[in-house]
Design a protein around this ligand. Structure first.
Ligand code: XIL
Length: 349
């Protein structure tokens, strides 16, 4: 059984291997897939899943099933998809993902219960009183978590609630309910499924900075108040043109010390197009460096990529002139980033 201890010893080797692309040989083990390489590491390897691609693209479906042991709905568990009209819930697409995961021996990360984006118009356009909003939030969280009870093992309870400077983001929830809405959201989710692990989740919070300091302080405060918060999610949307945060392990380690789990929840590493070999190599390093921090940590439990192929990645649609952010090309060929993820797992054995 692999331990986290031997990881430190191999980091230098991992870096060399990532750069050279050579795969270490592991005798007698089936290590052809990311999923097999991750086995025994204590870290699950996940992907976001695009449900229309899963339905229409057999090659896509085969890779989700074979390469990953955790899945996250890219969109279909968000509020606008789950409760498009007040009190009318549409579980169909999300249930299809949960069924697919069960059939393939995978766990499901739930994403997300409270966010300022992708909310239905009825929620954001109607002027509700604070008391009504509180009731709406409570009903939504309880209904959704109860529906997936025992089938979704982790929830991103709140997503992106801080600004980069560490102040709370101005949202309908903060305005109407004050900062206490965060603790309430965790309590309601816990009541609905006491076994689910409940997460904070954000971007630009991978290294030590004002935003992750705010999360650390919040996690500490909530724990001391007995609020059921179990995990800290770092999305991991990186770009080769920005370089990579150098203090990721320091950050993860302080959550370890608090007894809070960590997870990399939405990793992708974009670049300014066109692709060239230097950018692809830097990208491989970016994917690997987050995974190394996870493998080095005591309580980092999963590493999820936000889509595994450029064929369906959200990046080109949102970041103009950028792309190639995932471990597989549009034609589903593995890139150096894929080999880097696999090698980093293998070297930690
Ligand atoms: C993105 C999806 O990938 C897109 O398909 C959708 O149009 C917008 O949302 N942070 C998150 C994710 O927490 O839910 C976002 O997903 C990416 C940024």
């Amino acid at each position: 059984m692999a331990t986290r201890r031997n990881v430190l010893a191999v980091v230098a080797l991992a870096l060399a291997t990532v750069v050279s692309g050579a795969a270490p040989a592991v005798a007698g083990a089936d290590t052809d897939t990311l999923r097999a390489a991750a086995r025994g590491s204590g870290v699950r390897i996940g992907t976001a899943v695009d449900m229309s691609a899963l339905a229409s693209d057999a090659d896509y479906r085969a890779i989700v099933a074979s390469q990953f042991d955790s899945v996250t709905a890219e969109n279909v568990m968000k509020w606008e998809a789950i409760e498009p009209e007040r009190g009318r819930y549409d579980w169909a697409a999300a249930d299809r993902l949960v069924d697919f995961a069960r059939a393939n021996g995978q766990v499901v990360r739930g994403h997300t219960l409270v966010w300022h984006n992708q909310n239905p118009a009825w929620l954001t356009e109607d002027a509700f009183t604070p008391a009504e909003l509180r009731q709406i939030l409570r009903d939504h969280i309880k209904t959704q978590v109860r529906h997936f009870k025992g089938r979704v093992y982790q929830w991103d309870v709140v997503n992106e609630v801080f600004n980069d400077d560490g102040t709370l983001r101005d949202t309908i929830w903060l305005r109407a309910l004050g900062p206490g809405y965060i603790a309430d959201a965790f309590r309601w989710a816990h009541e609905a499924d006491p076994k689910a692990k409940l997460y904070l989740n954000d971007y630009n919070n991978e290294g030590v900075n004002a935003k992750s300091d705010a999360y650390y302080a919040l996690a500490k405060q909530l724990r001391s108040q007995g609020v059921p918060i179990h995990g800290y999610g770092m999305q991991g949307h990186l770009g080769v043109q920005y370089g990579f945060p150098g203090t990721v392990f320091d950050n993860v380690r302080r959550f370890d010390a608090l007894g809070v789990q960590t997870a990399f929840t939405e990793v992708d590493v974009r670049m300014i197009l066109p692709v060239d070999p230097t950018k692809e190599q830097a990208q491989a390093y970016g994917f690997s460096t987050l995974l190394q921090a996870c493998l080095l940590a005591r309580h980092c439990v999963s590493y999820t990529v936000w889509g595994f192929t450029d064929r369906y990645s959200w990046v080109p649609g949102v970041f103009e002139g950028q792309g190639s952010a995932t471990p597989y090309t549009e034609s589903l060929q593995p890139k150096p980033a894929y080999q880097a993820i696999r090698n980093t797992f293998l070297l930690a054995r």
